[in-house]
Design a protein around this ligand. Structure first.
Ligand code: ADP
Ligand code: MG
Length: 453
């Protein structure tokens, strides 16, 4: 069947379910770009439409496509600008009436997040182990599993990894949603009467949430203060929990610290296991960068000192680390230069200026304490001056930075007015040796160190 005909039939079904205004605004003028290998690519008019449809009409769209084709397609929503020049291939669609699939709700899982590409370190070891235990035995050990921590530390990644693992190893039905999506679903269910649609949202909502085996709900802090939504979530939670279905929740804070959440929900979240993820240390940041370099097929050699530099400049949010890597690769391609430390410094300066690096700069604190001690200025420390009254304190400051922070040699060098990493290494060596010979110096440095702590 021609894809345009299929699409026009699907649109007819959507039209039946929606009021005129909604249909005209979001669906009129759309087209089917391709439908093959289990994926339906749909062209919408604007990126705002992609966002809106994803949030409000994805289920409806899934359902109508299924009803027309008998196949559960994964949806890809695009604008015309996203389409490359390749010609779409159209697969012959023959719904087999005897072998009709059962309609299932899209799991919303992203295949790119797996346990295999999740790098484990001290800061996330516990969370990863709990996640894997749940994935291997859903509904049995930790229920609910509550994962919390700051933004960009891998909560969403871990949750998708659990979902993907379960889907791969069992035929359990998994649903991943953000709490924003939950609220939207709930609100549309209650708007049924005045929206003029025929789509039975109440039934759909109940079916969607209560018939699954694993519910993954991301960023629960956005569930909102609306008590009605919380009430519905409470019922959903209870229904699933009572039938030993696995529930996995993430949040930016621990259950106790969730300010807008009803007490009875907090209590329930405490029934299972709550694990937190901490910001990655330098080693883990380096390991993640290396994994990304392999995983993203970056066919360029990225020297160890560049990895060290990036990992030490950017901490906290792992998204920023990924952003820095993308930026560096793009920069090197634009200028046609191989990646080395100089290029990395150049490429990432604006990143650094935008405040992407940690706000708590221990290096700066150490510099100011050392400068004060020797009665010189921080600018002197960062200058190129070689007179011994400046050079010696500078070496001490470098040594202390290396000892007391987890910053790399290149990063420390850059904080001292762009000194080379070998200069920093040399300074550290020298001070260490001197301290062994000179007890007076050892005591002085010890005093400064006390002040820093
Ligand atoms: P959160 O949900 O906690 O805000 P995400 O799960 O979205 O964080 O992670 C942000 C990015 O960092 C994602 O691209 C994710 O793949 C990546 N990431 C986080 N932790 C790790 C890890 N341990 N190994 C590999 N990638 C990670
Ligand atoms: Mg997240």
């Amino acid at each position: 069947m021609d894809k345009d005909i299929i699409w026009s039939n699907i649109l007819d079904r959507i039209k039946n379910e929606l009021n005129d205004l909604a249909y005209k605004t979001w669906f009129e003028g759309t087209s089917l770009y391709s439908i093959e290998n289990g994926v339906a690519k749909i062209i919408l008019l604007t990126s705002a439409a992609i966002k809106h449809i994803t949030l409000h009409y994805k289920d409806l769209l899934n359902k109508c496509i299924f009803e027309e084709t008998g196949i559960n397609y994964e949806l890809e929503l695009l604008t015309i600008d996203d389409i490359q020049e390749e010609e779409p291939v159209v697969e012959e669609i023959k719904p087999d009436e005897n072998k009709r699939e059962e309609y299932h709700i899209s799991s919303n899982l992203s295949k790119k997040y797996t346990f295999e590409n999740f790098v484990v370190g001290n800061s996330n070891r516990f969370a990863q182990a709990a996640a894997l235990a749940v994935a291997e035995d859903p509904g049995k050990i930790y229920n609910p599993l509550f994962i919390y921590g700051n933004s960009g530390l891998g909560k969403t990644h871990l949750m998708h990894a659990i979902g993907n693992y379960i889907v791969e190893h069992s035929n359990k039905k998994v649903l991943y949603i953000t709490s924003e999506q939950f609220v939207t679903d709930f609100v549309s269910m209650n708007r049924k009467d005045d929206s003029g649609t025929n789509f039975d949202y109440v039934d759909f909502f109940k079916q969607k949430y209560r018939n699954i085996d694993v519910l993954i709900i991301d960023d629960i802090q956005f569930l909102g203060g609306a008590t009605e939504t919380q009430k519905e979530f409470f019922h959903t939670f209870n229904t699933l929990y009572d039938s030993n279905k696995q529930i996995i929740i993430s949040s930016d804070s621990s259950p106790d610290d969730l300010k807008r959440l009803e007490d009875r929900l907090k209590t329930r979240f405490g029934w299972g296991l709550a694990v937190d993820i901490f910001p990655p240390d330098l080693e883990l940041r380096k390991a993640i960068l290396k994994k990304k370099i392999v995983g993203e097929d970056i066919n360029q050699l990225i020297p160890e000192d560049v990895i060290e530099y990036m990992a030490s400049m950017i901490n906290g949010d792992i998204r920023n680390l990924e952003g820095a890597l993308t930026r560096l690769v793009a920069y090197s391609a634009t200028w046609g230069k191989d990646i080395d430390l100089n290029l990395a410094q150049e490429a990432l300066t604006s990143y650094v200026n935008k405040g992407m690096i940690s706000e708590k700069n221990d290096v700066a604190r150490i510099q100011s304490i050392v400068a004060k001690h020797f009665q010189i200025s921080v600018d002197d420390l960062r200058s190129k001056k070689r007179s011994s009254n400046v050079a010696f304190p500078r070496q001490i400051a470098m040594y202390l930075c290396r000892k007391l922070t987890d910053e790399s040699f290149p990063k420390i060098g850059s904080e001292f007015g762009g000194k080379d990493h070998s200069t920093v290494m040399h300074s550290c060596d020298k001070i260490e040796k001197e301290m062994k010979k000179n007890k007076e110096l050892a005591r002085t440095i010890d005093n400064i160190e006390q002040e820093i702590h």
